[in-house]
Design a protein around this ligand. Sequence first.
Ligand code: MN
Ligand code: MG
Length: 639
Amino acid sequence: MSVAPNRRALLQGAAALLLAPAAQAATGPVIKLRLLETSDLHTFDEDYDYFRDQSDETVGLTKVATLIRAARAQAPNSMLFDNGDTIQGNPLADYVAQPGNFPADGVHPTIRAMNTLGYDAATLGNHEFNYGLPFLITALQGAKFPLCSANLLHADGTPFLPPTLILERSFTAEDGSQHDLKIGVIGFLPPQITDWDQGHLHNRVQTIDIVDAALHHVPALRAQVDLLVALSHSGISTAPRRGGEENASYYLAAVPGIDVIFTGHSHRVFPGPDYAGMDGIDATRGTLGNVPAVMPGFWGSELGVIDLTLTRQDGRWSVSDFSTATQPISERADQTVTSLAANSPAIDAAVAPEHAKTLAWIRQPIGHLTRPVNSYFALIGTDSSLALVNTAQTWYARPLLPASAAGIPVLSAAAPFKEGYQSPDNYVDLRTGTIAIKDVADLYMYPNTVAAVLVNGAELRDWLEHSAEIFNKIDPQDPEPQPLFNRYVPSYVFDVISGITYNIDITQPARFRAHGKRDERAHRIVNLRYNGQPVTADQQFVVITNNYRADSGHITRNPDAVLLRAPDQTRDVIVRYILATKTIAVETPAIWSFAPIGSPVAVTFESAPAAAAFLLQQHNITTLGDAGDGYAQFVLTLS
Ligand code: MN
Ligand code: MG
């Protein structure tokens, strides 16, 4: 493959191609062509949140379909493309992928829904491989639209799919004349799939750099077509090019000969403020370099629209003007969601059988808990809910760690999200016995993905010092009960890190405070040990966590510390862990406790009234009764 091109040379090439003189356009026929994009649908065919078991007006191809219909009605000429991450991403996908559950008609429900919409072409995303190649191939066989991928090859180097497509379409010009045009399509996915799904893909497929693949295929395709559309299942980043980029769409735009780029993978919206101020990107007009581009959110939240004006000169068509937009299916103002699109009856009917079966499945047991799992005392040091999350995410992430992590101890961090915030009903409370998929949303309510960071012992201690902010400073001399929690600190900061042991000394001031203030001399984390030995400041650890924490910037200043940005949501990982393990031996590992104070001190805290039923194991906690607003008050005696 070719050497990575010089960025400036590429940008100049792209600019030269796009400087079609609009002023001369009036002399020949003018075609207005509307290109529509869906991306990262992730089997959100319906407007439904299967984890919460309730409808959700912010998601669903059924609603995008209504926008597609309206967008087509306004345009004499249009084409529709999908950008991948199509057959995985919610419990409907997991249901269909379970052995014996593939639809009898041989068509994956999302593909069946897409078939009703008349897609012109599509490409693959990274998540297409999560259930293995045979499943993917079966799913693709049902598609009534062509797919392409230019940087995905079989292990022997032959293309997995056609690298490019040439679509012949007849369009109506503004003057009513008909014109036959050839539309070239080229597709790309993140080359990292061979790491992320190595269990399915090792020795079966290989990937190449997105820009290299484009440089290899675009010139020949360009020579045969009137318009060239890139389907880039890849995000937008202007970080210096190193080769092998996961988010390569900006550098792809600099490959001469590409007229339009549909992007995705990052689950963001482009044009839009997420990309404002980036060098070479117009986040208002929607251009990468000078190439029009869109990214339509995720889960069917938006429809991407690129309107082109094509003019012909000397027998050649070129883009003389364009506009880009994304159209949302809903609008959110404060707590209120307003739907902007009705459901499509055709999509609802197409996926009705699998939607119904998925509803039954999420309500059915998928595993068994040997003991109750609840978060009533997750901030007191006795917890099974975070233990389950830590076990599942370590099970998933450990095999994905890079070779550079070999021999380094692997820890795991998780924080309680459902810890009574805003409502006394807002706790994890799973009984002994069966666990269903909809229960997993209780264990992990945010759509975070799994990540891993490399930290040293000092950074690990500071990480825990951040957790310890949640406690008030306790006066050991005060004979009156003292409130334990600083309720200005949300429970999601309280990471419990498994694989080590430590004590929290709440008679000391917090090292970290609100607004980034820190007290360098303060320490609450004491007796920090790994394998029973004190942790040293320069000792190395890998900590499995989520993308949000890994990218927060306060764990470490080392830009290379993030060893893994896994493509999967923690919630999906927990489902996979339960499906694979079946019987979950619930643990309440002794990870941390309050440091001994030396004399009895009473601290009070609130939890749900239901927590009282679990006090039997908590010999130093007693109930004080009603705390108002539906909470119960408890007293913990430290000594
Ligand atoms: Mn995606
Ligand atoms: Mg993706």
